[in-house]
Design a protein around this ligand. Structure first.
Ligand SMILES: [Zn+2]
Ligand SMILES: [Zn+2]
Length: 105
């Protein structure tokens, strides 16, 4: 996946990571500099991405929680991780999950 990493206007300590989803949406998730948090967005088609500290672990926990609750239990996901460079120079992990059968937009 091709991610776009930038800071929102007037928020130099925030990294927003977006992508052009195949369904037509532009999901974006945010990470704030210096925190141990990760933001995420779950696209209407089923793609999920997390940006920030322990992005992959959080993504796996999120999917496991949904599965335990019976949500999207029919889907199998392919996971992928990347690093993106924040405007302040930090390499920030991004984790991405793609379902085998996308939902309709
Ligand atoms: Zn989508
Ligand atoms: Zn969509």
């Amino acid at each position: 996946m091709e991610f776009i990493a930038r800071s929102p206007k007037n928020q130099p300590d925030v990294l927003e990571v977006r992508y052009d989803c195949a369904c037509g949406c532009k999901p974006g998730a945010r990470y704030r500099r210096g925190t141990l948090e990760a933001g995420h967005e779950h696209c209407c088609c089923g793609n999920v991405h997390f940006v920030g500290a322990q992005a992959l672990e959080r993504l796996q926990a999120y999917l496991a929680e949904r599965r335990a609750a019976g949500q999207d239990a029919d889907l199998a996901y392919t996971l992928d991780t990347q690093q993106v460079r924040a405007p302040w120079g930090e390499e920030v992990p991004v984790a991405f999950a793609q379902p085998d059968t996308p939902r309709p937009h």
